[in-house]
Write a protein of this length. Structure first.
Length: 184
């Protein structure tokens, strides 16, 4: 079997495992209406993102094409619905150094720019009871985490996707301004 065929088979096996696990978990009682969230893992730590802040999620079907960049968080470019999209490492943006496996799930963000934040593991979707969302006074994750949510017995940090995108756009804009000061 070719390397590409083997990788495809591995991806199919992983997706089948995740699908089966979703049905193997005991059904949770219906939660009060609340915000829909995705439970994800970044460097093995539990996080959540608000589905309302995302415009899409996809298993990484094609390779991310690395591009020369002085932005260390930029993994490269990937195709998504006919568009070329920059893909950033969510782990790096949160301040993690190298470590766990390669990002497998690009999460496409709503807002001013089409870009994706890639992370290692998608766990499940849940509804967050507003009474179980708590403010944080400080965070070691670059200020992108300002709240936590109780998901059953586990506490998850909520990543503010809008703040991450704003940071990327601000930094990109600042680099262009510095680069344009060449005296022309």
């Amino acid at each position: 079997m070719s390397s590409a065929g083997s990788k495809l088979q591995d991806k199919v096996t992983e997706m089948r495992r995740l699908f089966d696990e979703a049905f193997a978990r005991p059904r949770q009682p219906d939660l009060p209406a609340g915000e829909r969230m995705l439970a994800i893992a970044v460097r093995g730590e539990p996080f959540a993102v608000r589905i309302a802040e995302a415009s899409g999620l996809a298993a990484l079907e094609s390779k991310i094409l690395p591009v020369p960049s002085d932005v260390p968080e930029l993994l490269g470019l990937a195709g998504h619905h006919g568009a070329v999209v920059p893909v950033f490492s969510l782990a790096a943006l949160l301040g993690y150094t190298s470590g766990a496996g390669a990002p497998q799930w690009p999460l496409f963000c709503r807002g001013q720019a089409l870009l994706a934040l890639a992370f290692e593991r998608l766990e499940y979707q849940f509804s967050a009871d507003p009474a179980h969302v708590y403010a944080l006074e400080s965070s070691r994750t670059q200020g992108y985490v300002r709240q936590t949510v109780q998901d059953g017995t586990r506490l998850r940090s909520i990543i503010q996707l809008g703040a991450v995108v704003e940071h990327i756009l601000r930094r990109s804009s600042a680099k262009r301004k510095v680069g344009s000061g060449d005296g022309r």
